[in-house]
Design a protein around this ligand. Sequence first.
Ligand SMILES: Nc1nc2c(ncn2[C@@H]2O[C@H](COP(=O)(O)OP(=O)(O)OP(=O)(O)O)[C@@H](O)[C@H]2O)c(=O)[nH]1
Length: 314
Amino acid sequence: MTDAPEALPPEDGALPEPTRCGFVALIGAPNAGKSTLINALVGAKVSIVSRKVQTTRSVVRGIALEGASQIIVVDTPGIFAPKRRLDRAMVTSAWGGAGDADLVALLVDARKGVDEEVEAILEKLGELKRPKVLILNKIDTIDRSRLLALAQDINARHPFRETFMISALTGDGVDKVRQSFAAMMKPGPWLYPEDQVSDAPLRILAAEITREKLFERLHDELPYQSTVETDQWKVMKDGSARVEQTIFVARESQRKIVLGKGGATIKAIGEMARKEIAEAAETKVHLFLFVKVRENWADDPERYREMGLEFPRG
Ligand SMILES: Nc1nc2c(ncn2[C@@H]2O[C@H](COP(=O)(O)OP(=O)(O)OP(=O)(O)O)[C@@H](O)[C@H]2O)c(=O)[nH]1
């Protein structure tokens, strides 16, 4: 009996490409298009896209694969002037995430150009000793001469290793960004096994979808600190998924709003979310939603740890 060697070199004699892996911190002012870009890079909907600013609640990681590279994108919450404790924690986390990353990508809305927010970020960028690239987004909205002038202006304020011009919305230029990111990752094993790449984001994605439906339905009545967590994602014998999620609200009165009369509101939200989760997971989904009151969670250190945030003192 002859044992075949475990890994045969490819027929042409070339060695297989070594794997690469790393973190990219995507930073930018609210509404620059970070969520849209992450979705385009990853090829699945992992982050809420909203017209409202400051929708990103936790550091959601999108995992993009390109050739032998795994690119873990950290979607930093909008870097805005923090007032409340939770907002401050999110800003600290955004900058903290950028400091740890292998690559920092600044996303700028080309139509807006350098406004106060971008200026503040550019000033702070100098402190980050990481390779940095500039991505000018929404190029579908402005003409080329303005775009080139903007690229020059920003690079004069802070030199970037590379400048990309893209439309996250149409996908124009996104492949090139993914390829460049891939080449900038360090050689090394992938942090997420290939099968988990689809599973972990699915749980996050499912929670994001339900949260999106919740806010579409109850935007005026619910404070934005309500969260959704996926407690269970179980694949059943027939291939369908049993998904359990908890919606956390701050007060009993909000719980009643989410439930609605005779449970009508949560039923409608669940139905909409279930359809979209099933579409994303490409399988039949049974969705079970629970609503719980978690009082003052915005001041609870334990919650911050769960979200991977640092609890800000004072
Ligand atoms: N025209 C155009 N619109 C875009 C483009 N990319 C994003 N948008 C729009 O810009 C808005 C904000 O996009 P998001 O992806 O939610 O922005 P964000 O930076 O993640 O926002 P926060 O999570 O609030 O920080 C949405 O209405 C997007 O559809 C683009 O390339 N072109």
